[in-house]
Ligand binder design. Structure first.
Ligand SMILES: [Zn+2]
Length: 232
């Protein structure tokens, strides 16, 4: 029975991945608005990686300072949502655009990294995308309140995204978009074969859940936010 349940989960995951990457739904309407600068995206990823490890308190603080400096250099004011977790102080960095409409769009990305790795794709690429979006929104203000939020601690407990989500109410959020692993330098990023990959992920999660009880269940976060499962 457990094997059947696992098989169903794997098949459901495979169907989800296929649905996300399928090419037959069309590319949507042509976009004639401002475009991202690939050179800037490239430089931002390299600069973030050059900051060094970003998985610990010092590394995340360094990254948050760097992100704020990048925003400031673009002429964009940022604020922080400070919180304390496990005797450490952490910051969501927030940049706001558009008029103060009752509802807002939230676009976020996490700036921490799993383990002492460079994290170019996960998630310097997401942060580069968010900073580039900040530049574009400064030049082309959106018609409704839009918040870009840079989160710490996505790879470990005490997620900044959860702190941010809990500070909002469902009715004031029109949509949430989380930028996660949006690019690589080494060719097109492909999903691995869904079945063995998903099974391995399930095994790792299973071991992890046994050895490291988490203070957060999958359903405990406010449902208006969503992050992808990139914890390695
Ligand atoms: Zn990630």
């Amino acid at each position: 029975m457990k094997v059947l349940a696992l098989l169903l989960v794997v098949l459901a995951g495979a169907a989800l991945v296929y649905g996300m990457v399928q090419p037959w739904a069309g590319a949507g309407p042509r976009w004639d608005g401002p475009r991202a600068d690939s050179g800037r995206l490239h430089e931002t990823v390299r600069a973030l990686v050059a900051l060094g490890p970003r998985h610990d308190h010092a590394g995340m603080a360094r990254a948050a300072d760097w992100i704020r400096a990048q925003l400031s250099a673009l002429g964009i004011a940022s604020t922080t949502q400070d919180y304390r977790f496990a005797n450490g102080d952490y910051r969501n960095v927030i940049a706001r655009f558009g008029p103060p409409t009752p509802q807002r769009i939230v676009v976020g990305a996490h700036y921490d990294v799993h383990g002492p790795y460079e994290g170019a794709d996960d998630n310097a690429s997401g942060i580069a995308g968010l900073l580039e979006l900040a530049r574009l929104l400064r030049e082309n203000p959106p018609p409704m309140r839009t918040e870009l939020v840079f989160y710490p601690r996505e790879e470990v407990d005490g997620m900044g995204s959860e702190v941010h989500a809990r500070s909002l109410t469902r009715g004031e959020v029109r949509a949430v978009i989380v930028l996660e692993m949006i690019g690589t330098f080494s060719g097109e990023q492909k999903f691995p074969s869904p079945a063995p990959s998903s099974a391995g992920w399930l095994r790792r999660r299973s071991r992890s859940n046994r050895s490291t009880p988490r203070n957060r269940s999958p359903g405990s976060a406010t449902p208006i936010t969503a992050t992808t499962g990139c914890r390695g």
